[in-house]
Design a protein around this ligand. Sequence first.
Ligand code: DON
Length: 574
Amino acid sequence: MRFSVNWRVLALSLLLAGGSAFAADGSPKAAPPAPAHAGSLRPGHAAVASANFHATEAGLEVLAKGGNAFDAAVAVASTLSIVEPESSGTGGGFMAVLHLAKDGRDVFIDARETAPAAVNPRDYLNPDGSPNRDAALRGPLSAGIPGQPAGLALLSGRYGRLPLAQSLAPAIRIARDGFQPDERLRGAIAGTQKDLERWPASAAKYLPGGKPPAKGAVWRDPDQARTLELLAAHGHDGFYRGETAQKLVDAVRAAGGNWTLADLTGYQAKERTPISVDYRGYKIVTAPPPSSGGVAIAEILNILSGYDLTKMDAATRAHYIIEAMRRAFRDHNDYLGDPDFVQMPLDMLLSPYYAAGLRQGILPDKATPSSMLPRAEAPEPGMHTTHFSIIDADGNMAAVTSTVNYTMGSGFVAAGTGVLLNDEMDDFALVPNKPNVYGLLGSAANAPKGGKRMLSSMSPSIVIGPGRTAVIGSPGGSTIITQVLEGILHFIDGESAQQIAAHKRFHHQYLPDVVKVEDGTFDAATSEALTKMGYTLKPRESWGFMNVVTWDREANKLDAASDPRRPSGLGKVQ
Ligand code: DON
């Protein structure tokens, strides 16, 4: 796609700004300079927070053996693939923001899935032309070429201290010896049983004896152990060539998919420059495209930098945050896609001038209706992605969000590999102007194409303030962006890791034009004030699961918190 200014959006900002794209005084307040990172200071201890205690302990085990945060990230991600397969895994992809203590560099790792070369948009339509949601979300057609194994090999090889085999060892041991699936995994299997029964290898793996594993049963994953052993022995090629690649392609094609060996051999995890934004003396380092998350978070923070949120009542504060969310999500639908395939007006979207224009269109006491796109009602998504955060004793940091997309991904296990494939193809705008499972509408920028990465909302972030640092992220489909944004604001407000992870949340994504609210977020007076301003508030039950680590650099104290909405999570300092 060629770059073109979205005149509709610009015209609206100008109109609402009363003819000017700039703030009333003509000069938007420049962001304060980012604080320098705490040079030679090191925490001396390490902290890991993830959604499952086996995974947190795997990370701590690898740190204790001399690994750094990046080796620990490999251990956590690979262990989650065994113990929390409903959320992320070897058959999926991840995005990570890293901070390298030795030279202060921030790096973004893009291990996002890609479309196979033979992708055909017609495969996602029914004969009558309506969207075929089953093809988009279940079975081999819904699966992109996995990025996680390549990403783990890159993380370990380029940034780790230990051999890949040592970082993968805890996952392989748990897969071989077995573990007791927690309630959430048992529930995810029961909830997707009908789909899992469609493919023999999925049923054999997840429905032993025709049923989900019973409470307390020990469950093993020998096929995935073997797949990880091949990765451990041969690195990247141990997955993308040879035995595993052949088994993946055979299984996908036998079940009606269109992968080829060339799709696998051609896959590369990529290193990109993260997005960095300054907000009130804090530097936020976050995910660039093919995630929409960092662009949206930066746009929201740039809009909010014109207000002092600390001096407002709860309703006014929520009002400005919601209006900023609304505007960022509108741009997300229109512009964003894989940077290797589309040109995006990032300079404009990330500019404080653009934010100042948008800010001028926000009335102090009224909601702006979202009336520029056809309304799309989103189903309530479950939480099926995972985020973990790590700081090691030297101050290396890893914020990693990893996913197979929807609950249990595609539900399709490639026979003989133990690999549950993702259903990430639904994150493309498969059918123009039809919402995906998160109610997100996409444009040509996110149309599917062979080798292209589908747009993501994953927003792993590192926030560096004058005296404190946070490593933060969350699952949640489109709500990832707003949950991480709120977490960043709470951190800037001075909250602890535990308070941030527990904080009640709300979400607006332009369309549908409603504010989704977690029970307890707003008191009755605030809800009433927001309703009077014109907002439609709707309850939403599934939020989280945020895993945060913080480093108070002044007191040199680490803290780690796992979202209390998720009992099997663990945040721990060692
Ligand atoms: O990459 C994305 O944006 C989605 N595949 C993430 C999915 C997710 O967070 C599921 N949780 N509700």
